[in-house]
Design a protein around this ligand. Structure first.
Ligand code: BGC
Length: 444
């Protein structure tokens, strides 16, 4: 019988990722809660509601993560709980977060804390949220407070989750609050988010010099729909630049994101100790003369690819390898801060996991400094405008009864975490067909 293993570096972090609004429940004081109450905003009309009940009892799921051999977890803290009214900080909320972070550490799980994951306190949203330049200072004030209170339990910080996605969904697509469609405004929002990131970066280092601070950046592989078409190639490059590169260039070169004339902002340069990569899919880009509002381009999923539930994305593991190789150029440690698939019946996730973990392993073999992997997600949770229709959890959750049921993939992932390796045993047990498909080994 064949036996082989793809080993990961010692000390590698294996975990899952979540965000406050998606798992805590009863986050009534933020812009997303308000958005959920408006008819037609959420695909299935559902609401975050009790979510996964983490505010009361995250610990039950921490136990499950620990039992799976996970040694890290990425979670976010909720600004609207910590600063429920402008300038008023809630010590009880910070105590609860301290308790959660301590609970993770006691279980041998290293926390990575995201300070902003899409949601905003209502009072902030009412003042214009990220359109308002004053939000930059307000974010810094909140960050100082939160980091000061939590620093004994956390050394890995993500300032802002996916500034590009937030700006795009809220101000371009208009599917997330505040539901606008205005390209100029979306760029302004992106600039404010990056300014806020820079402020947070410096503030955290002032409070906790040994902290490791980065951003969780969503990247999509854009490829021309027709590779022979120069216009499609141009649009694919444009999409790559706007979605993938603006944020990275902002941090690397200290350049404010914008279409053309960039302003340099020295305080932004080098504001990352690591890069967090959130990777889900590839999209095809095509020139479209009928869409001036989207800069004459449109993107869509490869109709010949393997698509996930709800046509959320194409399964494209090679993309993880390509993006990691590309990020190596920045010379900083890299964490895969999110990677996952909506797959309620778990008929795709086992293969998804094996193929993506192998892609990551290949990048590491080529000296890409990947330090950890956080699967999205530990448990099914409230998937924003898709409500409860998309199930990303290794563990299934019934939001009504709060019952949990581990999916098959949970066992697969646990084996990887415990072994710090992807072994032939695991592949044979969970995805035997991949032996032949990926490695040309036939088991007869
Ligand atoms: C976000 C998560 C979201 C996930 C799946 C990421 O872009 O950070 O909040 O649930 O994608 O869509």
């Amino acid at each position: 019988m064949v036996e082989f293993a793809f080993h990961f570096p010692s000390g590698f972090l294996w975990g899952t990722a979540t965000s406050s609004h998606q798992v805590e429940g009863d986050n009534t004081n933020n812009d997303w809660w308000r958005w959920e109450q408006e008819p037609g905003r959420i695909r299935d009309g559902s609401r975050s509601g009790r979510a996964c009940d983490w505010w009361r009892n995250a610990e039950a799921d921490f136990d499950r993560a620990a039992a799976m051999g996970q040694n890290a977890h990425r979670l976010s803290i909720e600004w609207s709980r910590i600063e429920p009214r402008e300038g008023v900080f809630d010590d009880a909320a910070l105590d609860r977060y301290r308790e959660m972070l301590r609970g993770l550490r006691e279980r041998g799980i290293e926390p990575m804390v995201t300070l902003h994951h899409f949601t905003n306190p209502l009072w902030l949203a009412e003042q214009g949220g990220w359109e308002n330049p004053l939000t930059v200072e307000r974010f810094e004030r909140y960050v100082r407070h939160a980091v000061g209170a939590l620093k004994d339990f956390c050394r890995l910080w993500c300032t802002i989750n996916e500034p590009n996605v937030l700006a795009y969904m809220g101000w371009n697509e208009g599917k997330w609050p505040p539901g606008k469609r205005d390209f100029g405004l979306s760029m302004q929002v992106l600039r404010h988010l990056m300014q806020a990131h820079a402020r947070a970066y410096h503030a955290i280092h002032e409070i906790q010099p040994e902290a490791q601070v980065g951003i969780a950046h969503n990247m999509v592989v854009f490829e021309p729909a027709h590779p022979a078409s120069p216009l499609d190639r141009m649009i694919a490059r444009l999409h790559d630049r706007m979605f993938n590169r603006l944020v990275l260039d902002a941090m690397a070169a200290g350049r404010e994101p914008g279409l053309a004339a960039f302003r340099t902002l020295a305080a932004l340069r080098g504001t990352y100790d690591f890069i967090g990569l959130n990777y889900y899919t590839r999209r095809l880009s095509a020139f479209d003369r009928r869409s001036p509002a989207t800069l004459f381009g449109r993107t869509f999923l490869n109709p010949h690819g393997e698509l996930s539930d709800g046509e959320y994305g194409e399964v494209f593991p090679e993309g993880l390898y390509l993006l990691l190789k590309r990020l190596a150029r920045y010379g900083k440690p890299i964490y895969v801060t999110e990677n996952g698939i909506p797959d309620a019946d778990d008929d795709q996730r086992p293969r998804f996991l094996v193929r993506h973990l192998h892609a990551m392993w290949r990048a590491i073999q080529q000296n890409v400094p990947v330090r950890g992997y956080f699967h999205w997600s530990l448990v099914d949770n409230f998937e924003w405008a898709e409500g409860w229709t998309l199930r990303f959890g290794l563990i299934e959750v019934d939001p009504e009864t709060q019952a949990r049921r581990p999916r098959r993939s949970a066992d697969l992932y646990a084996e990887v975490c415990r072994a710090n390796a992807l072994t032939s045993e695991t592949i044979i047990r969970h995805t035997p067909e991949l032996l032949e498909e990926m490695f040309g080994i036939s088991i007869g």
